[in-house]
Design a binder for this molecule. Structure first.
Ligand code: PMV
Length: 346
């Protein structure tokens, strides 16, 4: 190819699953389908500079994370390049400078793997498009999601917005285990849906999601759980289309607790929630009961709580968070986010 040098910059957001991905097969194939809200403010911004080099028998790149070299990220990216090489045979022809930063604080307990892998995948697709300008938009985004998946499963849901399904499901047209697809039938009740992330524990996770996914092999409840995820995806599809927020809350909270129940019932077993996670959940339930304001929670594979609610109750809910939940956050920290549109070229 004739591209000697090129430079691109993309931002990609984090996402929060409503129906959770937990358990995988070979090659990052999910054991069950999942669906997520793409976020807007929690993003990774990555710049990629590519310069053709003389030899092409190894990967060559420099990495700066927030302006400084970072060895553990380098290892991750090396592995990522190895995994995607057969789909991007041009990678070894270039020396790359990768310059990346997050809009959310580094040690916040918010995983940056989804946004980070998605941002890098978008840049790699920009290089592919520079080499081969005839590729379609559809191919560009699907393959970006496909590549992001090979970096970190849930990253494939960060390429697009506002709601993305990943994994084969009979009722979602075009759905695939290989990449995420946009869910476009959303009711206006979910427009600008809010996600306020309460930072309960900013530490490194005690158990990585890789280990967690693996523990679903031979898990006593695995088969039932995978079937339930299919059922919940069918239900939430209908709910998102009809705008039934009360039913939405039931599925989303049940999914969060089921995810953690899977961790508690694996062998070895583990608990990622903290006492303050439970304090917050109970406060949310009490507030919802007393006020009928449709505020709900979901959880990632960690102790932080994502508080989900419609935009029209934002003022009330933020007041409630200030008055009753902030005391359970580490250093009182939380992040306000909402549904977003996916990756953007800068
Ligand atoms: O993408 P991974 O391998 O880090 O797994 C993410 C798993 C959960 O965040 C717990 C659920 C999900 O669907 O995002």
């Amino acid at each position: 190819n004739s591209i000697e040098s090129a430079s691109f910059e993309w931002s990609a957001p984090s996402n929060i699953a409503l129906v959770k991905y937990w358990g995988k097969k070979e090659n990052q194939i999910p054991a069950n389908p999942s669906i997520s809200f793409t976020l807007n403010n929690c993003k990774t911004i990555t710049k990629l500079e590519a310069v053709k080099k003389a030899e092409n028998n190894s990967f060559s790149f420099d990495l700066l994370f927030e302006g400084k070299p970072k060895e553990d990220f380098k290892t991750k990216i090396q592995k990522f390049f190895e995994r995607i090489e057969k789909y991007c045979p041009f990678l070894k022809e270039y020396h790359f400078k990768i310059d990346t930063q997050n809009t959310f604080p580094h040690s916040s307990g918010i995983a940056s793997s989804a946004s980070g892998m998605a941002a890098l995948a978008m840049n790699i697709m920009s290089l592919e498009k520079a080499i081969n300008p005839t590729i379609s938009d559809d191919y560009f985004y699907s393959k970006a999601s496909f590549l992001a998946r090979l970096g970190s499963g849930s990253a494939c849901r960060s390429v697009k917005g506002e709601v993305v399904v990943w994994g084969n499901h009979a009722e979602i047209k075009g759905s695939s285990d290989l990449f995420g697809v946009e869910f476009s039938e959303m009711h206006s009740n979910f427009k600008n849906y809010q996600d306020t992330i309460l930072l309960v524990d900013k530490g490194e996770k005690q158990v990585s999601s890789t280990v967690g996914h693996d523990l679903m092999h031979n898990h006593p409840y695995a088969e039932r759980r995978f079937a339930q995820a299919h059922e919940n995806l069918s239900k939430i599809k209908a709910i998102l289309s009809s705008g039934n927020v009360a039913e939405f809350i039931k599925i989303v909270e049940s999914e969060a607790l089921t995810l953690h129940a899977m961790m508690m019932t694996s062998m070895p077993y583990f608990i990622l929630m903290k006492p303050n996670t439970l304090e917050i959940i109970n406060k949310i339930w009490k507030f919802r009961n007393e006020t009928q304001i449709p505020v709900s929670f979901t959880l990632d594979a960690g102790a932080n709580v994502h508080v989900l609610y419609p935009e029209n109750v934002k003022e009330n809910v933020l007041q409630f968070i200030q008055d009753e939940l902030v005391e359970f956050c580490q250093k009182g920290h939380y992040i306000c986010d909402q549904i977003g549109n996916g990756a953007n070229q800068l």
